[in-house]
Write a protein that binds this ligand. Sequence first.
Ligand code: SF4
Ligand code: SF4
Length: 425
Amino acid sequence: MTEDYRSMWADLGLDLDAHDALLGVLGKAYQDIYLSQKSRPEGMGYFDFVMSEVHGLRIKELLDEKAAGRKIVCSYCVFVPEEIVLAANATLVGLCSGADFATEDVEKLLPRNTCALIKSSFGFKLGKVCPYLESADMIVGENTCDGKKKAYETLGGLVDNLYVMDIPQMKSDQGRALLKAEYERFKTAMEALTGAAVTAESLKEGIRAVNAKRAAIHRLSSLRKADPSPISGLDALLANQVFFYDNPARFTESVNKICDELEKRIEAKHGVFPENTPRILVSGCPQAVPNWKLPMIVETAGAVIVGEESCVGERGTRNLTDESGETVDDMLDSIVNRYFKVDCAIFTPNPDRLAHIQEMVADYKADGVIHYGLQFCQPYLMEAIPVEKALEEKNIPCLRIETDYSMEDVGQLKTRVEAFVEQLK
Ligand code: SF4
Ligand code: SF4
């Protein structure tokens, strides 16, 4: 950290010793995994800075916004529409939940066989180490999978500002109507929180800001189609992770700047790995900061990750919202249309996801798919089996991985990934 933020963290009620320990681990992991990479684009310097200030400058900015009367809203799922949050004059932060913390305390409240992501969200609260969570004026949960749905009942007792959204489970007319009703309810809740009405003008502005940052990420993704790949999967994942908590306009500008650099690299055939390096698509559960375990294993095993079919990746960012509506209701319909296409494994049936994985394999010229499932995540682990079967029917090699956030299985995963990469060669 370039400034001493300790008094800010203390004011937020963080446990300073535990927080020091977390930052120590995070800093070391970043050094070992990110800064040791070769031939990184210069533009990644921005993301290195963002990561070094993730609990510092960004929190200070949010607290300054709060002091100026703006509200901070935190969420755990890509179904929470940032467009509506921005339109109500608030800022949305996607909470990360990508590391184990305070596991013993967490397991007093949740069964041991709960996925690492849900446990992590509890660990950061119980361990008092997340300044975002402690700055939030509202935390938005949602009933997507059963684990989250029931966990929020308990989380509601740990925080005093939890709002839970009801997400449909089927892509039917009724499902769409439910999503629309829920986004209307959310709009009303946001207006009550901030005291600012969502108007046609503010909603259009919100849609434009979020579209711009998604379009920048689309541009970055599309540059990963080149061989040799101009950016590592680790670095592209980082940009997708920072998407959730950076200032939207600054993020958009920084990603576009990297894209300018990557275009020049592509022209010069300057890759992070040599041409014809085996290309892998990762599909499955979201990989939140600082969950870099799988990409680190893949990219040190002689392959490059060219896309993420994930909510921290293309499933979360892929479609833009139609900007042409003129009334709040028209624009809410456009927002519903956009979010209703998110093909999370909580939907049944979910053929769109399978089609999207196949489409991504073709677009990014992937040689194989690694299906990444978190232990105890029923929706994705169950869906992994038909995904693997369908891919293999099309002669697309697929490796199914089930893991958590611990480092205990790194050796075993390395062996399996290396064998898979050999097969792709
Ligand atoms: S995987 Fe499903 S529950 Fe998780 S963030 Fe994505 S949409 Fe939400
Ligand atoms: S990883 Fe799976 S089980 Fe965990 S929160 Fe996401 S959908 Fe639910």
